[in-house]
Design a protein around this ligand. Sequence first.
Ligand code: SAM
Length: 281
Amino acid sequence: MNPLENIKVKVSPDLHDKLPRKWKKIGDIIIIDFKDIYEDKKKQIAKIYAEELKVKTVIQKNIISGELRTPDKIDLLYGNETITEISEYGVKYKLDLAEIMWSPGNTGWRSTLAGPEKVSDFYSFNKPKVIIDYFAGIGYFAIQMAKGYPKTKVIAIDKNPKSIKYLTMNCKENGIENIKIINDDCRNITSKADVIHLGYIGNTIDFLEHAYSCLEENGIAIFHEAYHNEWLGFKKRSDWKGIPVNFSKLMKSKRFNVEKFERVKFYGPSTSHIVAILRKN
Ligand code: SAM
């Protein structure tokens, strides 16, 4: 029996149609939406989910917002520990889900050179001396890039001191020594790089001008963002090939040529999280 069937056996039948069928398991914690469950039943049902899914904590799904992409408020349905550890493609990440976000949909992509072929191809750079990660967080991409390019100096920047605390711990835990960690706004850092990684969604384009000024001649920016499928010119699955014309034009206006383009995941209705390699021209 699948976990939901096992859960149903322990819950009164009149509540079955209200039980969430989906959840995000992050380390030994789940994030789930209990909005349809009656207030007086939440804790009891959360305990059943926790036991069935073998997790120590159940957190109500909430909005991730603000410039630093932090959870709005934390509503614990079961348990009280919010620090968890995730193992992904040979890297261990520790973080506090009450303070910092984790995107399960980026699995594979976060793993850069250690990831699936499509991802490792994408993240294959030609002997970079310096890589800067502008939105390093707890080390999502920076740690794998530092592992994959042991002779490269990786500069990992994040504005949120709480992320920096976990980034420092995660570098140590994974034995990474070629990362320099900076707690600041990435636009205050003027170091030069061969590769600048922009792992952000929302207004990534606002950071491109600064990235341009920090890139060496011929350097590349790895640009993550979300766009409407229609703007990208994608109506059906078979359209997902090549580089969208609108995107190319937009990047040309920012003095970049688009060399590669991929979709990472769906990101809300009719919207996709995309990633591109942009060459400075
Ligand atoms: N790519 C990640 C993943 O795989 O789950 C998620 C990216 S994370 C939410 C974005 C990070 O950018 C946050 O840690 C936030 O603190 C940081 N950030 C936001 N604005 C920034 C800025 N201007 N300079 C540096 N870091 C910034």
